[in-house]
Design a protein around this ligand. Sequence first.
Ligand SMILES: [Zn+2]
Length: 124
Amino acid sequence: MSAQRQGMPGATRVCPHCKATILESASVCPACRHHLRFDSDANALAAKRFSPLRVEGSIRHPPSDGAWEYSMVLSIKNDRGEEITRQVVGVGALFSGEERTFTLSVEAFEAVGYKAAGKGRLRR
Ligand SMILES: [Zn+2]
């Protein structure tokens, strides 16, 4: 992950509750869902939030004596196909007849007060 300057779209900080790296502009931590700010812009930001990608699927271990171990791996690539982050989100085991549902969602919102100055300023 590349560091974005403070105040720029993509700038990050650490959630004081769960220590996840989150957007500086976030009013609610997307990881632990704690409220971080109660400024007047919070409601306006929430209204402009949208989810351009959401994928959900389930896997079920068939009835048997065996078990599966699993790792949920998340990867983000830029428009050149270069992997910019790769993380193991969770690991676990599935036994006979058990099911797990995995959900990936990308939350997005308009960066407040940002206008590209010209070509080459747009970032992933
Ligand atoms: Zn948090």
